[in-house]
Design a protein around this ligand. Sequence first.
Ligand code: BES
Ligand code: MN
Ligand code: ZN
Length: 501
Amino acid sequence: MDISIKHIADPAAERCGCLVLPVADGGKFGALAARLDQAADGQLARLVKSEHFSGAVGKSVLLHNPSGVAAQRLLLLGCGKPGATDAAAFRKMVMHALGAVQTTGAADLVMLLDDVATNERDRDWQAQQLGLLAGAAGYRYTHTLSKPEPGSRLKKVVLGSATRPSAATVRALDEGRAMAAGANLARELGNLPANICTPSYLASQARALAGQHPQLHCRVLDEKKMAELKMGALLSVTAGSKEAAKLIVLEYRGGARGARPHVLVGKGITFDSGGISIKPGAGMDEMKFDMCGAASVLGTMSAIAGLKPRLNVVGIVAACENLPSGTATKPGDVVKSMAGITIEVLNTDAEGRLILCDALTYAERFEPQSLIDIATLTGACVVALGKHASGLFSNNDELAAELLAAGNHTHDRAWQMPLWDDYQEQLKSNFADVANIGGPGAGSVTAACFLSRFTKKQRWAHLDIAGSAWDQGAAKGATGRPVALLTRYLLDRARHHKAAD
Ligand code: BES
Ligand code: MN
Ligand code: ZN
């Protein structure tokens, strides 16, 4: 999707496939709609009346070939109570508009949102959201369809502005667009089946990204190297699989040489059968999405490489399959992690934490300013938070607040969960330093507690995206979350860094 912002002095003269014009509750016109209605000789007011158009958020009416207006179509878009369009309503109305125009033959649209006052947010926020939402609307999965249905003709979205947009607003739109492109990469990787999207495939995608951006550098560690590093926990997960495990390291160097990086670590289980503790068959296909944490790291790195903030970022992806076989790890096996901590594998289906603990230990060598792992870690997180919020756990309240703020700003939201010592007891083992499961209560918390054993020296946070990473049902597919949250978090760090030096 081609997404841009443009100063439009005379909307009636704007040639485009569809002009989108907000109308408030009760069919009330703002300044822009009133002006266009005048140009159209009252046609818009008559339409609102005859259609009993309420102006509610999530509703619209379409007009073909409006008289006195150069656009081929005009979409009157409900924006609710004037001055009371909150973040959620704004997103809903923009998504509705994009969907409605996508059902027409329009190849481009111009959205005129000057009359929409988002009470808690400013123009820059609106521009970022438009970039995010229009970018997301442009994604379609086709990779394994031999005859994909023809998609929408809509290829271009323009945010029209009655005043000349400021540099900050243009930048905000760029950021939203880059976040959406990164999220779309994450969606594509998530949606690809596990027989295509293997650990080696993820590695080749990371290398391809590095090939596209001079500030990205990629290194891939193979199993031999992992064995040398004594990554016994990670290797125990891949033991049952014929696919080679990969530890992918993607570095973005945009800051001062030697400036400590922010490090992202993604869970990249390209298929999670559960291993010997095998999962039930129903819905097991969804475990191809168990690499969405890894995908979000690659998507974020690509967004960052495109936006070029002044900071250093390292993306680490631990990738392998979790399958049963004669060589697979068995319940009760004790493995030794890179950190030297021994782990009793009471359930081979709690494999995410086993690959992450070694990747987190590996991350120490970068002396991160912040260390964040992203993982489809627990079904318990889905029970706790559903699909709307990612679970956030951190040993540092300042870092947690920064991540929550980034999520709120992009509407890619997270909710903080406890990481109290009280829960640590559940991980006691009689045969190793720690067990890999913590019993029936608070499964997402004990999983985070497990990881916390390996990040004591770090300013660390963990995002459990088991609920937010993909949708089920008719819209089944990866969501690209939390690429927007992570990208916003990193951009904000660069901003603060700049102010400080
Ligand atoms: N990848 C799953 C978590 C998951 C389950 C994500 C369902 C999304 C939907 C993870 O590897 C897993 O299997 N976790 C187990 C842990 C349990 C054995 C302690 C779980 O959540 O059941
Ligand atoms: Mn599992
Ligand atoms: Zn898993």
